[in-house]
Each structure stands twice: as structure tokens, then as C-alpha cells.
Design a protein around this ligand. Sequence first.
Ligand code: PLP
Length: 414
Amino acid sequence: MRAYFDFAATSPMDDEVLAAYTQELRAVGNPSSLHAEGQSARMRMESARARIAAAVGAEPAEVVLTSGGTEADNLALKGIHAARNAEGAHRPRLLVSTIEHHAILDPAEHLESHGVDVVWLPVDRQGRVDLEALRAAIEDDPESVSLVSVMLANNEIGTVQPLEEIVALAHPHGIPVHTDAVQALGQIPLDFTALGVDAMSLSAHKVAGPVGVGALVLSRGLAPVPLLHGGGQERSVRSGTLDVAGATAFATAAELAAAHLTDGTSARTAALRDRLAEGIRGQIPDAILTGAGLEGDGDHPREDGRPGRLPANLHVVFPGCEGDSLLFLLDAAGFATSTGSACQAGVSRPSHVLMACGFDEDQARSTQRFSLGPDTTREQVDALLRALPEVVERSRRAGMVSASPRWAHSGGAR
Ligand SMILES: Cc1ncc(COP(=O)(O)O)c(C=O)c1O
């Protein structure tokens, strides 16, 4: 038996999504063409756009289709920063949280190496952005800030950020806010308009849609400098022939994801996650459950009723275990999991997210992420709980050395 506990890396495509995708792949017509086939494709494209928009509380005109979350993040960060510095404006500061996914972290570091003053916003032990630090950074010189970018939910530890408060600090100074909502889609209620952000990144393959499809939801007042120049599609923000099949599949997946929040799927997943958390606490007493909403944090849900963490995420530090060794031992036992962070040249890098939360380097290399999905069963959770104590014991005996050639790869799905 194999059990998949890595939905946050990518999720199996839903049958309904696959049917919509393949049916559309058979159709011919470039939505920019003027003949009947083209116009029909245009209508199907706009219908998909409207469905995606409705699933995330946005207007159809606000949805810019991209090749996924990474492109949406790059377009938001580089494009909005450049646009806010056009026509003589001087806004050299970019405010970014320290726990972003690499799709934000790396473009931010790229901009930093080209002279942009990136202000890295600290987080607390649960991974929540320090709002006072944000306030101070803005009030230091509001005119000099191009953009604030803080992810809605963290891909490693599952913590949900107080985006409404972040928007309330930035907007009075006219500073736009971007959020990476790739992990939030389908897990917590997502409403672009209610959230108040100016730009929001999405990706289809995290919610049973295809890889290579995503969107940057963009309020109409914002015109980022494009990364891709060409045929002028997507408000001239993102050139390239429109992917009607991808958009249609994404629309179906986004609707299913939104439905999961109210049809009991999400609650069932959360209950299984809690069962797994309880089991780990009971069997491995020194394991540390990270992020908000667990470990007596009292924030599940938050006091204001909004969720403090993702319902399908469990992220654990197993002291004395090397994350990769746990991963490979679990894999051999039939369980697909993730360390949640990257490894390079055979040596696992400590998680930048855990380091930012104040964990030490050993702890930040001793992590395992279990991400559940609509297909996860109680039997799978119980099987994992039965396997874990021995796996942890064996990993502890192996110690913290991870330079085996077996592990010599770089990157890692996050
Ligand atoms: C938070 C977050 N942002 C961005 C991405 C990148 O999305 P994509 O794989 O669609 O490029 C991921 C995927 O791992 C993610 O978890």
C-alpha cells in the first residue's frame, strides 16, 4: 500500500477536471483569431476566467492567467516594483516576509542584488508576521515603499497570515499589497475583494488541477511591467497564446476547491490532520508541532474566527532525526511525505522558515511535512502512525549525517 501525504507539493488531478481538460484539448481555435473557431475559443476562455474569478471573489477582468504560481509571484514582485518606480518615481524599498516560498524569496533576492532595498519582515515563533515591524518599516518612509508582499498561508508550517491587518497598515499610505495564496486556495475561504489585497497568486496543481496553470489576480488599478512581451494578451501584462484548456481545467478545479470548504471535505481533512497530530504527540513526546494553531497556541481558529492555520497541513520537528532520512525511511515504508524545505548537493539545508521562527539549525533540518487531501483516509493516517515510531527510531540511530550519495539531489518539491 502507498499513502500520499504530499498534497502541498502537488495533488492528483480530479476526474472531473481531467474530463474538462481533455475535452477542451481536442478543440481548435486561438481565442485571438477572428473566425468562428477563434471566437468560440474566446467565449470558452472568458467563461473559464469568470468561473475562476467567482471561485476566489474577484471580477473576471482581474484574473490574469499565468503558467503557475511561480510566474504569478515573479510578475507581482518584479512587475509591480518596476511599475511603481516608473516615470521618475523613486520607491527603492520592497517589504517581504522572511518565510516566503522560493517563488517570492528568490526574485526578491534577485532584485536585492540589483540594488533594491528589500526589507525582510520578521515573524514570531508560529510564523506570523510581526505587524509592529511592518508598521515601523512603513512609517520609516512610506513614500519609499514600492510594495508589500506577504504570503497568505505558508507552504511548510501552514500558518495563515493576518492579511487584512497588513492591508490596513499599507493602504493608508497608498502602498499596494501582494499575497501568495497558492497554498490557501481550497483550504481556507478566499475572497480577493474582501481580503483587500491588490494582487494575489494562485496555482492550479495544488487543487487537483494541471501543472503549468495559475493566475495573478490583479486589481484593475495596477499595471505591472510585464515579464513577457509579445502579443499583448491578458491586458498586455502577460503575452502568450491563451491556454483555453488549462484555464477550463483550472476553473473546474477552483470550483471544486471552493466547494470543499462547505461540503465537509475540508472539515474531514482537518479532523484527520488532528488525529495525526494527536497520535504523534502521544507516541513521540519530544516531537514539536510547528506553526500556528497547534501546541496549545490557542489560535485554532483565531480569536476573530478566521483560521490560524491550514486544515490539511501538519509540520513536525523530530529532534535528532535528519529530515531527509525520515523522508526516505517513510518512502520505503510506503508513505510519500516531504521535509518541506530544500536540499542542495546532498546536504539538506535547514528550513529558512523554521530558522525565521527562531528554531535552531538542527531543528530546522529535522522536519517532516504531512499534507493531506480530499482522498486521505483514516486508514492511511493510522498506518502512518503505526509506522512512525520505528522510522523515527531508525532515523535517530542514523543521526544527523545526510551526505549520502542517495540523497545527492538539489531542489525538492515544496
Ligand atoms: C506558497 C507557494 N507559492 C508558489 C508556489 C509555486 O507554484 P507553481 O508550482 O505553480 O509554480 C508553490 C508551490 O510549491 C507554493 O507552495
